[in-house]
Write a protein that binds this ligand. Structure first.
Ligand code: UDP
Length: 238
């Protein structure tokens, strides 16, 4: 009657922009459904999956502060934007027959559970997909930092950062044809060369907790399950 071996756990960070699809603002329903189908495939292949979703498709505190808005107030609005995205993702995941819980770092008890680490772990052990909403709950942070924080708290084996590019490049591949994609970088490479992958707080947190980060293009249908099978393209940060 030996114990079951622990299942592998992954945290997927979905940027708000990834939910826009080809749109310029807001949420593209088809894109959300497609991402949900990709998550379902990874769950069915045996992984425990949790998500952190951004809000940049709706509101960014930093951008509002640049136009004179109080930074903290703007950041709270940004965190609420992530809750909207979380509810849409939850609905799409449930339509894929995946039991899903939204846990919010800002109390919003009518629509989401409060974030309680041990309860989140329990959800995951039961095979539920957990969506962490409202970032860290604190202004002056980003959802990338929230992703590194929750991944550490959930003892995830890996943090996947889904972006619009298929990895980290030496220059912007959209503007510089000589740009090359890195296969592997160290946390220090990212920090000392100020590579725009995730903010420094997120990278430092991942480094301290030896949490590998994989950057890939979530805009590519099927890319999440492919990356989980070890198939590129992607950039690994270790
Ligand atoms: N935010 C915050 N604290 C957090 C996470 C997010 O204040 O812990 C705010 C911040 O204003 C940010 C916005 O929420 O601009 C949306 O999150 P983010 O920009 O990280 O989303 P993404 O770029 O992934 O879409």
């Amino acid at each position: 009657t030996g114990e079951m071996p622990p299942r592998k756990r992954v945290l997927l960070k979905v940027s708000g922009e990834a939910l826009m699809g080809t749109g310029a603002y807001g949420v593209d329903q088809q894109t959300v459904e497609r991402i949900a189908a990709d998550v379902a495939e990874v769950v069915r292949s045996g992984w425990e999956v949790c998500l952190v979703v951004g809000g940049g498709n709706i509101f960014r505190g930093l951008a509002a502060a640049a136009k004179g808005m109080d930074r903290a107030q703007g950041d709270y609005a940004g965190m609420l934007a992530t809750v909207i995205n979380a509810l849409l993702l939850q609905n799409a995941l449930e339509r894929e027959q995946l039991p899903t819980r939204v846990m919010s770092a800002i109390a919003m008890s009518s629509i989401a559970e409060p974030y309680i680490r041990r309860r989140a772990v329990r959800h995951m052990e039961k095979g539920r997909v957990v969506i962490f909403a409202a970032g860290t709950g604190n202004p002056f942070f980003t959802t990338d930092t929230a992703a590194a924080l929750r991944a550490a708290e959930m003892e995830c084996d890996v943090l996947l950062k889904g972006t619009q590019v298929d990895g980290v490049y030496s220059a912007d591949p959209k503007h510089d044809p000589s740009a090359v994609r890195y296969e592997e970088l160290t946390y220090m490479d990212v920090l000392s060369n100020q590579l725009s992958v995730m903010d420094a707080a997120a990278i430092s947190l991942a480094r301290e907790n030896r949490l590998p980060i994989v950057v890939f293009n979530i805009g590519e249908p099927g890319s999440f399950p492919r990356v989980m099978r070890g198939e590129g393209p992607f950039t690994r940060i270790i």
